[in-house]
Design a protein around this ligand. Structure first.
Ligand SMILES: *Cc1c(COP(=O)(O)O)cnc(C)c1O
Length: 374
């Protein structure tokens, strides 16, 4: 038996709407590490287990690859020759990669100016047609839906149900790794496809009928083998300037340094509320300063470099553990949705370690070391 990991469709085919003979478009995404935090829990002085699912280690550096392998596999199997998405950056990076892999065209609509450099570079180098619109993500999303009705292109935003099915595999991997569901699951919420997908995955593994019967696969219905009887409480966190779930309605002109969640009109609005209510969870919000401080804390204390939007999951977990809302003895999983290298500008701007310039000689280098050993 071969143990070579071949991506999440291969791994979880019996739980995904993919036929046995379908050509799979994959970059061997998924199978990301679930890393226990070792230093942050002691700062909190609380007896909790916090683990981070580092989705930044997917092939294009975010969890979007999980959804994209499914969406592009399905698009190609239907004969589609082009895909399109609106994106704050990571969806376009993933779409570009899987379109290249499949040999089809890719069009991406990105907001003017507000996209991290790494993400833009990914879409450009892979040969996508990048359309920068003089508007924000929500404008792009509206235009993609309009053009999708009239042009021969497949929409690969998370309104595409195959995206959600791909992304639900994160919950499968977590349960497979822990042997059970965590007590709490903390994650950032932007367009809200990911919280929807997490909840779907947890419910399917728990054999909750309303979810488990939603898809019949070639191998039979999903819920044949119940894996766990428990689902976690879902904690969704938003940036204060882009927090429609806290305000209770969509908002105009969302703003935040965490560009991946700079979204005012989430497409999976109802599904996210279902996840929150049915899991007895909650939404909360954090300022840009809190988000950046947590990004830095993760890098300094744990050696884990995620992008700003991802850090909000740990900011939320820390706040709720401190207050006791998440009680001691809990196992908490945080999704670190994307890699810090996506947005080097933001990281460099808030770095506390200055770059020291010296002459290229031993004395100067020694001095620089001794000065900084204190
Ligand atoms: C897309 C994205 C999010 C938000 O996910 P939604 O499904 O839109 O809620 C959060 N963080 C990163 C890094 C992302 O790329």
């Amino acid at each position: 038996m071969t143990t070579h990991y071949k991506g999440l469709i291969d791994r979880y085919r019996s739980r995904l709407p993919v036929k046995n003979d379908t050509r799979v478009i994959t970059l061997h995404e998924g199978n990301t590490p679930l890393i226990p935090l070792e230093n942050i829990p002691s700062i909190l002085r609380k007896d909790v287990k916090i683990l981070v699912k580092f989705e930044g280690l997917n092939p294009t550096g975010s969890f979007k690859d999980r959804g994209m392998t499914m969406a592009v596999t399905q698009a190609v199997s239907e004969g589609s020759k082009a895909i399109i998405c609106a994106s704050t950056g990571n969806t376009s990076a993933a779409a570009a990669a899987y379109a290249s892999r499949a040999g089809i065209r890719c069009f991406v609509l990105i907001p003017d100016g507000k996209i991290a450099q790494g993400k833009l570079a990914q879409a450009m180098i892979k040969g996508s047609v990048v359309i920068q619109i003089l508007g924000n993500f929500d404008d792009g999303m509206r235009l993609v839906k309009e053009v999708g009705d009239s042009a021969p292109v497949t929409i690969v935003n998370s309104i595409n149900p195959y995206r959600i099915h791909g992304q639900k595999t994160i919950a499968f991997e977590i349960i497979d790794a822990l042997g059970r569901a965590p007590d709490y699951h903390c994650l950032p919420v932007g367009n809200a496809g990911n919280i929807t997908a997490h909840w779907l995955g947890y419910c399917e593994y728990a054999g909750i009928a309303a979810y488990a019967d939603s898809f019949q696969t070639e191998q039979g219905p999903y819920n044949k083998d119940k894996v766990t009887t428990k689902t976690p409480i879902m904690c969704g966190y938003q940036a204060s300037g882009s927090a429609p779930f806290l305000r209770g309605h969509p908002i105009d002109n969302p703003e935040t340094v965490a560009t991946a969640i700079r979204i005012g009109n989430p497409q999976s609005w109802d599904q996210a509320w279902t996840a929150s209510r049915d899991s007895k969870g909650w939404f909360d919000e954090f300022t840009d300063a809190e988000i950046l401080a947590t990004q830095k804390l993760l890098a300094e204390k744990e050696g884990i470099f995620c992008e700003p939007a991802s850090a909000i999951s740990v900011a939320g977990a820390m706040k709720d553990i401190r207050s006791g809302k998440i009680p001691e003895g809990s196992t908490v999983v945080c999704t670190l949705t994307g890699h810090g290298l996506k947005d080097p500008d933001t990281a460099i701007k808030q770095s506390s370690s200055p770059v020291i310039r010296v002459e290229a000689n031993l004395a100067q280098v020694q001095k620089a070391i001794l000065d900084n050993l204190k």
